[in-house]
Design a binder for this molecule. Structure first.
Ligand SMILES: [Ca+2]
Length: 419
């Protein structure tokens, strides 16, 4: 067999699943990977002597598409669902409203309007929403927003038992108030997760470099994933790792804008927005707490060097830090948007794949987390047309059945489906 034959066979075996290439194992010198088509060279035509690959009916990633769900929203940045309400989607709009989508259209009246207390714009606004797992009984939901005093608020609201399309504006019970230093890196993601408890993401509150070292400070709220019990807070929830701040679950994060739990395994996936060079996704096995992701000692897999520094890259001790599962550099984006492991009913080729994006490049990627490594990374941007379709993928979201959606800050929501 000639080298040309080997090259052809590799090309056939690789398409399309090898798309973006790379195993994401963190070698900074080889990451990010080339574009799927950038390195493609003309291949020799198969000759009659060569076996033609048998066509297969099995659907592939190339058959996945984005289907418009709704448009005309006002800067949407999150989507979720409420236990007991399978027909509805709840969409968070940055300026402070939560909108209900049902039967394909957006209800005129917001579910909740916090526009008067939310400071919005840039990275600020109503940033997170989570429904109590027992929502069908309790009617409780949780939001995260920045107020006009530049305080990150995590608070509870109750649905109107007479009207499930409306939360009671006056029912707000503030749980957590964290003053912020700047208008950047407030994170805001909320989700109930394994072991019970509300997981809360807070960024480092810095415009750059985390100068006060919040992310590495185990006594701080900022630069963390917190875990708390809304019913008993500020009493620490049992099972937390016991840092100086007893609400801290993970630390060493810059702006963990979106995180999620794999609904099949409970593994936690965190997208942490990078500073100068590296966007990162980290994966933590279910139940593991106390992980330190390294910020601001490391950015991605290397020691952090502030952009204004005139020093050479410092030596740093990264022992004990969790290495990122996936990193990408400035040629593939500038702000990672963490997503979900697909466990939905309708897109078989995506099942078990973690789907995420980059807000700036509007690329959508997916990989499989296997044996502690991100494998089979595919840049799905071309096949999905995401760079044409989306203005800025602010978030992903799931409905109750596990269908996956991407939220475009430009005002639309799309669902992953099959051609
Ligand atoms: Ca890190």
């Amino acid at each position: 067999m000639t080298m040309r034959h080997i090259a052809l066979l590799l090309a056939l075996a690789c398409a399309p699943a090898c798309g973006g290439g790379g195993d994401g194992s963190g070698d900074e010198s080889t990451n990010p990977q080339p574009e799927p088509t950038a390195t493609a060279e003309p291949q020799p035509e198969p000759t009659a002597a060569q076996p033609t690959p048998t066509p297969t009916a099995a659907p592939s990633l190339a058959d996945v598409r984005l289907v418009p769900v709704v448009s005309g929203l006002d800067s949407p940045l999150y989507l979720t669902s409420a236990p007991g309400e399978p027909e509805r989607l709840f969409i968070v709009e940055q300026r402070g409203t939560i909108r209900i989508v049902e039967f394909g259209s957006v209800r005129e009246e917001p579910f909740l309007d916090l526009g008067d207390v939310v400071r919005s714009g840039g990275e600020l606004g109503l940033l997170g929403l989570a429904f109590d797992p027992d929502y069908a009984e309790s009617g409780l939901l949780y939001v995260n927003y920045t107020n006009h005093d530049l305080v990150s608020i995590t608070s509870e609201f109750s649905v109107d038992v007479e009207d499930p399309s409306r939360a009671i504006r006056d029912s707000e019970r503030v749980l957590l108030e964290v003053p912020q230093d700047t208008i950047n890196h407030h994170a805001g993601m909320l989700e109930f997760g394994p072991g019970g408890g509300l997981y809360v993401a807070l960024g480092d509150s810095a415009q750059g470099a985390d100068p006060k070292g919040y992310a590495q400070d185990p006594g701080e709220f900022r630069g963390k994933i917190l875990r708390l019990d809304p019913d008993t807070f500020p009493e620490p929830i049992p099972g937390n790792p016991g840092f100086e701040n007893p609400h801290v679950w993970h630390l060493g994060l810059r702006n963990p804008w979106r995180f999620s739990f794999d609904r099949a395994t409970g593994d936690m996936y965190i997208g942490d927005v990078g500073e100068v060079e590296t966007e990162e996704i980290s994966v933590v096995p279910a139940g593991v707490s106390g992980a330190n992701f390294g910020w601001n000692v490391t950015e991605g897999a290397q020691c952090f060097l502030a952009p204004w520094s005139e020093e050479p890259r410092p030596m740093c001790d990264s022992a004990g830090f969790v290495s990122p599962a996936w990193v990408h550099g400035r040629d593939l984006g500038c702000s990672v948007t963490g997503g979900y492991v697909y466990r939905g009913p309708s897109v078989a080729p995506l099942v078990g794949r973690y789907v995420f994006s980059d807000y700036c490049s509007r690329r959508i990627f997916s990989f499989v987390w296997e044996d502690g490594e991100a494998t089979d990374l595919v840049d799905m941007s071309e096949m999905l047309g995401s760079r044409d379709l989306l203005q800025g993928p602010s978030s992903f979201g799931e409905d109750l059945a596990g269908n996956l959606y991407v939220v475009d800050l430009g005002g639309a929501v799309y669902r992953f489906d099959m051609r």
